[in-house]
Design a protein. Structure first.
Lengths: 195, 195
DNA sequence: TTGACAATAGAACGTTCGTCCTATAACATA
DNA sequence: TATGTTATAGGACGAACGTTCTATTGTCAA
């Protein structure tokens, strides 16, 4: 860091540290991050970040990320304008971790093979998050054991029986009694372009 | 925590703390988490977690999450078996944060409106992660300014000109000179079912 | 019964953390 | 030129952190 210190550059440096060390820097470490030689200077900037909401404090006084810290800015929709790099207003910020990991412990990730759900926009190579313990409702996409093989299907309950349909006309729908085995309900789909 | 302490229950308790406090508990705090009355007992368990790879230590000696800590287990594909809750072997684990947030700072999130990319499996309401500074290559999905409106299109470079096509036959392809404005390249698509 | 080991308690201790206080340089304002 | 304000340095200090040591309890095998 050779340029002038600003609220933005300082926040960025700390956020970067947190991102790859999985913890907040100590004041002594921040001396290096901000390129200053006293803890007082660090505290000066920390106070600013606290005031601006980039940082917060625990009940126990520990610094923790807050607000727009680990998140990405969200633009309402494609038609709206784009956030400029300079802009630093209170925009919507989304922390993907919090958005997607609603039920760690009962969830797992599945790599999709096959095209049984292309009609739903779920394609080969996508990752889906599956909740093992969620009660399936009609219309949900579920992972089901069909003839000893695990596949994804739409789930529909019709009284006693259950209907499983692919989102692909080339696979026939399946009627099953209640003893069918379910791997869980799909709660999210993730596709990543570029490695 | 009333049951017996095991490596799993202890790891779970600490992971839960980290998940919603965004930091590691201190040894004193772990006394409560693990329901013990001495820091020695805490250290006894911490050592186990360190040995098992659930936790790790900084160069500076701070505890940090490691391995399967904040992540979800990954099952290779639908056809393979499912991880049972008891199972705790070294399975593939994916930390969504690390997987998706490859370039924070130059990325933002966009909520999709319209159906211009349904052929690509990108639907209204999905979130896409857009990298503002990535150089678009042919075949990439980009956000582009078309006649004063931001839309998603396939990007193709043909010598000097650029072709933008929707993944939907009802929108005509567009040829443009180099002065077209791009909002960035889509690096990921996220869809969440259920709130 | 004895011995080994796993699990815990409690206290002592040095280190480092974050806070606070004072002093100083740079810069803008009046 | 005087005078605040902003940004920094350096040192002092108590509190809390993680480590280490010793002691105690329960369980299981010999």
């Amino acid at each position: 860091m050779n340029e002038k210190r600003t609220i933005q550059t300082v926040a960025k440096a700390i956020a970067a540290f947190f991102h790859d060390r999985k913890r907040m820097p100590t004041y002594t470490e921040m001396m290096e991050l901000l390129d200053v030689r006293s803890k007082s200077a660090v505290q000066f900037w920390v106070r600013k970040l606290l005031a601006n909401g980039f940082l917060a404090k625990d009940k126990k006084g520990f610094l923790i990320p807050s607000g727009s810290f680990g998140g990405l800015p969200v633009v309402g929709n494609v038609a709206a304008g784009f956030p400029s790099p300079a802009e630093e207003e209170l925009r919507d910020v989304l922390v993907l971790e919090d958005y997607l990991m609603t039920k760690p412990g009962t969830s797992y990730i599945l790599k999709v093979t096959g095209d049984s759900m292309i009609g739903e926009g779920i394609r080969e190579g996508d990752l889906v998050i599956v909740d093992r313990e969620r009660e399936p409702k009609s219309g949900d996409v579920v992972v089901a054991d069909v003839d000893g093989e695990w596949t994804m299907k739409y789930f529909t309950r019709k009284g006693e029986t259950v209907i499983l349909e692919a989102a692909n006309p080339k696979y026939p729908p399946i009627k099953a009694r209640s003893e069918l085995r379910l791997g869980g309900v799909i709660t999210a789909v993730i596709r990543k372009y570029h490695q």
